[in-house]
Each structure stands twice: as structure tokens, then as C-alpha cells.
Write a protein that binds this ligand. Structure first.
Ligand code: ADP
Ligand code: MG
Length: 488
């Protein structure tokens, strides 16, 4: 049997194994990171950097960040003669990993894997990931939460019992923070999970891209902010945009280590009788200024995450940085200032999750881990005045159950609507996420405020929320089961 840990990332995937006590990575075209991207053209599937490269020529044949839709029954991509679901795309990426892993191991033994998924994934999203792994030819031993994998990569050798570990993961398109409690017998308990599923390295690329656009505007007066304003042909515009974005990402990574860098792109687009040559010096200070909104958002999320669940900074024993974008120095600086401790970041931040998965996958170790999980956002119902009444409060360990009593809002009301939402804004229901609802007909005929309607929320280990509403007097009731995904 061969053993492999797989970080199936939104932007990049990494596969790692432990060999003679050392980490070894599967290579994909000489790189240890496989871009989680797919392109389908003329009946042929390309994965990784080839797909990314071809995307500039065939943008409509390209699928990236499909992981954001994992487990969704609705999301499908129609390309040429085929339809792809998020599970199909994950399967294709895992197929490439499987093929390269077979080459790496040099035998035909089965490959047993541990695949990681975000902490907020529901059980159906995890099941879809496991299914993709199976279809790609792996024996899937376990689906492991990414922050737990990261913690394992650090804590494995020098684990002190009952440590609280705060994990900051800033990837390409997502930002997750998690507080874990690790106790003896390898028990991992999630105490808090928060973040933003629409914030990542890509947004920082855009900040640099915009600096580049204003440089061009000042230099020659050409405005590349839209195709129309650029007055370029669609092809020339999208080629220039793509080139600038690629350079923006490159320079962003350089600025994590250097204070400034130069960007030169020859023949960026047709200009006057020839071509425009782009040349610019970018400093880290100017980048941070341009990205100040994003920076503040990252910092505020970290700060509020503990406060929101009534935890304090002093409880945290160590902070771990994960994800390529956590290489940006401002994160380390902020963490040091806020937690009064240096974050652990000596390992390669892009590979940390895969390392932890590899340790878990390693079949030569017999121990198992258990994970206790919590509800990431409060769940409740809409009440009169467009308000939200939470029933299960975020941070609660599940499985769990809670009952609250509600009443009618006008006299002789016989029908009540139970509308289920997720979120934290009690004053404005519209700021919360709507999951679904039902009506109960046959409420006790009485003045407003008299009927007693019991609303019970029970959240099971598969992240299914069972909602039940019952009138105490008449006994009429209604119920609905909702699959909860915390990744909104
Ligand atoms: P994901 O978990 O989303 O698959 P990764 O953890 O691999 O993604 O992070 C990818 C992101 O990290 C990209 O936006 C990339 O530009 C960024 N990144 C990688 N290295 C650096 C660096 N040295 N400085 C800043 N950003 C970086
Ligand atoms: Mg990641």
C-alpha cells in the first residue's frame, strides 16, 4: 500500500507523502503545486498549468476555483459536448494526481489517501470530495479539515496536551480562521471558525493591477479599466489584461520578500504605429496602500473572530499561518501585534496542509484522530418586523438541539410561516442567508400573543438541520430538513 496526503485547494493542489521520515512531493511538470484548473477543448481535458496557460486563448473552455461549488447540485459547466459538475472537475484534478503518484511510487499498489477540505464544508460537500477521490482511483481513508491538517503538521512532534491553536489560512480565493483545541488522544475540537469565502490572493492581484492601470493612464492617457474605454479590440484588450494580471501576481509574491520590484512588459498592446511597452516600479508601500481595504478586512476578521465567540487572545497558545497569501508580511506583523506572539511560519505555507494530510495518511502510524465540530453561523427564524431570532447560536458543538417558543403577531392568525436563516444580524433579516421555510396552518384561534408555537431546531452530525414547528394547543405541526453549508 502507498500513502498520500492531498490538499485539494481552490487555487492549487498539493500531494505529499512521508518517506523515511521526510516529506516528498508529487511533481506536476516539475512543480510541486498543481493549479486546480481545467480546460476542455476538442474533446480533450487539460489540467493545471497547461489549462491556465490555454485559458487566455479559450476563456469559455476554462474552469477554475470549482471547489467553491463543491457539493452543489445546481452548478454545472457546459463546454462543447460535455457537462461538468464540481465533482467531475475534482475527479479530473485527482486523476492527474493519481497518475503522477503512480509514477512517483513506481509500483501498482493501491494508494490510500487523506484528502483535506475547508472547515466549513458540510458532510455532503465532504462526501462529494470523497466520491471524486474514489472515482480517480484512490482508496480514500479520510476527509480531514484543512486547519486540522495544518495544526497536525506543526503539532505532531511537539504536541502539548490541551493546546489552543489559532490557524490563519489565506489562500488564492478564500480566507479562513479557526481556533482548535488539541487534547490528549489526538482529539481536535473546533472552538471557532470564521472568515470570508470571497477574499484571497486574487483580490490583492487586482489591487496591483489597478495601480498598473493608473500608471498607464498617467503615462499615455489610455484607460484600460474597461474594454470600451481602452479602445482596443476585444482580443488585444483581454490579452493585455491577462498579461498584467499575471505580472501583478508575480510582483505581489516578490514584494513579500523585497521592498520594491520592476515590471516590464514589451508590446503590451498596439499603440499608435507600434506597441506600448509597459515599465513600472512597484513598492511594497504603494501596494499596501492600494490594498489597505483588504488588509483592514483581514485584520478585523482576525480581531473580531475571537471577540464574537467570547474568547480572549490570552487563551491562544500558538498561531499558525497557512496558505500562499499568508506570506504577505503584513499578516505576520498583525498577528504578532495582536496575539503578542510570533506565528509559526517556518514551513512552506503553500504545502502545510498537504504535509499534515501526509502524516495522517501514513499507514505506518496506528493512531486515529477525532474531530469535534461546531456550528459556524447562528441558525434561526424570521420574526415580526423583519428581524432574526437565532435558535442555535454559532460556536455550539453539534449534534445539538434547541427549542424556543414563538407566538402570533395578529388576532386570530391561523397560519404562521417558519423561515429559516443563517447569520448574526438580529435587527435586519435581509443581512442573513435564507435557507428555506414552510407554513403551519391550524394555529389556535386566539388574540395575538396567546398561541404558543414550539420551534425545535436539531442539527445532526451530517449537518442536516431538522426544523419542526408545533402549536401546543391544537397539536398541528410542520417540519422541514435543510442541508446546511457554512460557506456563504
Ligand atoms: P488555495 O489554498 O486557495 O488553493 P494557496 O494556499 O496555494 O491557495 O495560495 C495561493 C495564493 O497565494 C495565490 O493568490 C498566490 O498568488 C499567493 N501567494 C503564493 N506565494 C505568495 C507570496 N510569496 N506572497 C504573496 N502571495 C503569495
Ligand atoms: Mg488552501
Amino acid at each position: 500500500m502507498n500513502y498520500l496526503g492531498i490538499d485539494l485547494g481552490t487555487t492549487n493542489s498539493v500531494a505529499c507523502t512521508v518517506k523515511n521520515g521526510k516529506y516528498a512531493y508529487i511533481n506536476f511538470r516539475n512543480k510541486e503545486l498543481l493549479p486546480s484548473a481545467m480546460l476542455y477543448k476538442d474533446g480533450k481535458i487539460s489540467i493545471g498549468s497547461i489549462a491556465k496557460r490555454k485559458a487566455t486563448i479559450y476563456p469559455t473552455n476554462y474552469i477554475s476555483s470549482s471547489k467553491t461549488y463543491m457539493g452543489s447540485n445546481e452548478k454545472k459547466w457546459q463546454i462543447e459536448d460535455r457537462t461538468f459538475t464540481p465533482t467531475d472537475v475534482a475527479t479530473e484534478i485527482l486523476h492527474v494526481i493519481h497518475d503522477e503518484a503512480v509514477n512517483f511510487f513506481g509500483n501498482n499498489d493501491e494508494i490510500e489517501t487523506v484528502i483535506t477540505t475547508p472547515a466549513y464544508f458540510s458532510s455532503s460537500q465532504n462526501a462529494a470530495t470523497a466520491e471524486a477521490g474514489k472515482r480517480a482511483g484512490f482508496k480514500v481513508k479520510q476527509i480531514l479539515a484543512e486547519p486540522v491538517a495544518a495544526a497536525i503538521a506543526y503539532a505532531f512532534d511537539d504536541l502539548k496536551t490541551n493546546e489552543k491553536i489559532y490557524v490563519v489560512d489565506l489562500g488564492g480565493g478564500t480566507f479562513d480562521v479557526t481556533l482548535l483545541e488539541v487534547s490528549s488522544n489526538n482529539e481536535y475540537r473546533t472552538l471557532m471558525k470564521d472568515g470570508d469565502n470571497h477574499l484571497g490572493g486574487d483580490d490583492f492581484d487586482i489591487a496591483i493591477y489597478e495601480l498598473m492601470l493608473s500608471h498607464i493612464r498617467q503615462d499615455i492617457g489610455v484607460d484600460l479599466s474597461t474594454e470600451e474605454s481602452s479602445e482596443l479590440t476585444p482580443e488585444a484588450y483581454s490579452r493585455a489584461r491577462q498579461k498584467l494580471l499575471q505580472e501583478a501576481e508575480r510582483v505581489k509574491c516578490v514584494l513579500s520578500d523585497a521592498e520594491e520590484d520592476d515590471v516590464s512588459i514589451m508590446n503590451l498592446f498596439p499603440y499608435r504605429d507600434g506597441n506600448y511597452d509597459f515599465d513600472m516600479t512597484l513598492t511594497r508601500a504603494a501596494f499596501m496602500q492600494a490594498a489597505s481595504k483588504l488588509v483592514r478586512h483581514v485584520e478585523n476578521t482576525i480581531r473580531d473572530s475571537l471577540h464574537n465567540v467570547g474568547r480572549s487572545v490570552d487563551e491562544v497558545n500558538r498561531v499558525i499561518l497557512v496558505g500562499g497569501s499568508a506570506n504577505m508580511p503584513f499578516i505576520r506583523e498583525y498577528v504578532e501585534e495582536f496575539f503578542h506572539k510570533k506565528p509559526y511560519s517556518d514551513k512552506d505555507l503553500s504545502k502545510l496542509v498537504a504535509m499534515g494530510a501526509a502524516l495522517r495518511a501514513d499507514g505506518t502510524r496506528g493512531d486515529t484522530i477525532t474531530l469535534h465540530d461546531i456550528i459556524a453561523h447562528s441558525l434561526g427564524i424570521e420574526i415580526v418586523g423583519d428581524r432574526f431570532s437565532p435558535i442555535l447560536i454559532r460556536g455550539r458543538e453539534y449534534p445539538c438541539e434547541e427549542m424556543k417558543i414563538y407566538t402570533t403577531s395578529h388576532d386570530y392568525q391561523e397560519v404562521v410561516s417558519i423561515d429559516v436563516y443563517e447569520g448574526e444580524d438580529e435587527n435586519q433579516i435581509k443581512n442573513n442567508y435564507y435557507y428555506g421555510g414552510f407554513q403551519v396552518d391550524g394555529i389556535e384561534k386566539a388574540l395575538e400573543g396567546i398561541p404558543k408555537i414550539e420551534v425545535t431546531f436539531s442539527f445532526d452530525e451530517s449537518c442536516i438541520l431538522h426544523v419542526k414547528a408545533k402549536d401546543r394547543k391544537t397539536g398541528v405541526s410542520g417540519a422541514k430538513d435543510l442541508a446546511i453549508h457554512f460557506g456563504h
